[in-house]
Design a binder for this molecule. Structure first.
Ligand code: UD1
Length: 435
């Protein structure tokens, strides 16, 4: 178990390049299974989630070779169509592999990815879409067995624009030889990246970025190709907020400016000065930030993944902010940890009311989930003194070298091994004393 030790109070200043998108890499890695050839991906972030994806892909028959952020996948032979339960449980995105495996082998066996730290996250929309396309689905002993030999043309209208369900249907349809339309599709930039990748492979997907997507299924794809994953808009948003919360000045390179606009508008409303160039963004913070209200929505609305991170900044803004979380029902866990650092926050149903304080206090806190963990890192950068954030495995799942990047920008943050062991020791002594 690892912890971050943050000696806060330093301004974030300087220039940094963003990493490749986690949420784009995962479906694109799954999509490489569609190719009976060799795919080279560039800008793949070196994080826990991509490593789990490689592990599953290797079990399916792929040969995966990584060199820093470049990954070569040889998927000429796929000889397994089953995702083991223990790997399904480790990463929710494993469910989109089912679509890719079905496309390639016409069969897939997987289990429920299970609940998670930010909400129940069911997969009913994925299953409903499969069924309505004539994919045969059986459930046996907790496993979902799919057979797409009798798949049909069809139009699916999603009850909610789910990112994962949209990706799953695109993947399942790409090698189906059928025509599939998705209405009320998710419009996130990661879906556009997936479409661009599949079309570069030789597939036929159109409409990504709108709520109406069409896939004209092919029989087979066999090519050798290269593709670069888009920048990570959530990492970029996190870095912008790290400057905002420390009264800093940051320049980020490798940015798709149009992806980050909902976050830019909020930071401007709070008083930050932001300059946008072709693929760069500069943020200069204001000494005293202003409170603002925030509602998470599917793209192009404010992204739910940025909610904890921006809320952490709002925690030190002047005035009261009202946050409404519309996507995940359990995404305020981090607030109880922020309260240990002095945050004044209350939760009422879907809303959180945050009354700005002057500055966070250093404290011992625990990451509760990926983005909630990042929210604590930002608060720790703001607090003057030593904050210990334990359980950072969550943060390492989705951020590439976050501590290294922040150090390069002037922060005093480092990783410490075994903080939990000390905690366990204390608990053991307490047990011996009071038993
Ligand atoms: C993806 C992102 C995640 C982001 C989320 C919303 C990846 C790897 N993860 O997750 O970072 O926070 O989009 O932008 O890309 N839902 C159902 N039934 C389903 C599917 C979803 O009820 O079958 C609900 C979910 O519980 C949630 C909402 O729909 O409340 C949105 O989920 P979805 O868009 O599917 O998120 P993910 O694809 O899991």
């Amino acid at each position: 178990m690892q912890s971050y030790i943050v000696n806060g109070g330093e301004r974030i200043e300087g220039s940094i390049s963003s990493s490749g998108s986690k949420n784009s890499s995962l479906p694109i890695l799954a999509a490489t299974i569609l190719n009976k050839g060799i795919t080279k991906l560039k800008n793949v972030p070196n994080i826990h989630d991509t490593k789990i994806m490689f592990e599953i892909m290797e079990l399916l028959g792929c040969k995966v070779e990584c060199n820093k952020n470049e990954v070569i996948i040889d998927s000429r032979v796929i000889n397994n169509y089953e995702i083991p339960d223990e790997l399904m449980r480790q990463m929710r995105s494993s469910v989109i592999l089912a679509g890719a495996i079905l496309s390639r082998t016409k069969k897939a066996i997987f289990s429920y990815p299970g609940g998670c730290d930010i909400g129940a996250r069911p997969i009913d929309l994925h299953i409903k879409a499969y069924k309505s396309l004539g994919i045969d689905i059986k459930e046996e002993n907790g496993e979902i067995l799919c057979d797409s030999l009798n798949m049909e043309d069809g139009t699916i209208t999603l009850d909610f624009p789910s990112v994962g369900a949209t990706e799953n249907i695109i993947l399942a349809a790409t090698l189906s030889n059928k025509v599939v339309n998705i209405k009320n599709a998710a419009m996130e930039p990661e879906i556009v990246d997936l479409q661009n990748f599949i079309n570069k492979l030789g597939g036929c997907v159109s409409g990504a970025g709108t709520n109406n997507i069409k896939i004209i299924g092919r029989n087979e794809i066999e090519t050798n190709m290269e593709y670069e994953i888009m920048p990570d808009r959530i990492e970029i948003g996190t870095l912008l907020c790290s400057a905002a919360i420390t009264n800093g000045n940051i320049n980020i390179k490798n940015v798709k400016v149009e992806h980050i606009l909902p976050v830019v508008y909020k930071l401007e409303e709070m008083g930050c000065s932001i300059k946008l160039k072709d693929n760069e963004i500069n943020l200069m913070a204001k000494n005293k930030l202003k409170a603002c209200n925030l509602k998470t929505m599917p793209h192009p609305g404010f992204p739910t993944d940025m909610q904890p991170i921006l809320s952490s900044v709002l925690g030190i803004a002047k005035g009261t902010s009202i946050i409404v979380e519309n996507i995940f029902e359990n995404r305020y866990k981090y607030l109880s940890e922020l309260k240990r650092m002095g945050a004044k926050a209350t939760i009422e149903g879907k809303a959180a009311i945050i009354k700005g304080i002057k500055r966070y206090n250093p404290a011992k806190v625990e990451a509760t989930d990926l983005r909630g963990g990042a929210a604590l890192v930002l608060a720790a950068l703001n607090a003057k003194g030593k904050t210990i954030i334990s359980n950072i495995g969550y943060i390492l799942r989705g951020y590439e070298n976050l501590d290294e990047k922040l150090r390069k920008l002037g922060a005093n943050i480092y990783v410490k091994e075994g903080e939990i062991i000390e905690k366990e020791k204390r608990e053991w002594f307490r047990f011996l004393l009071f038993k």
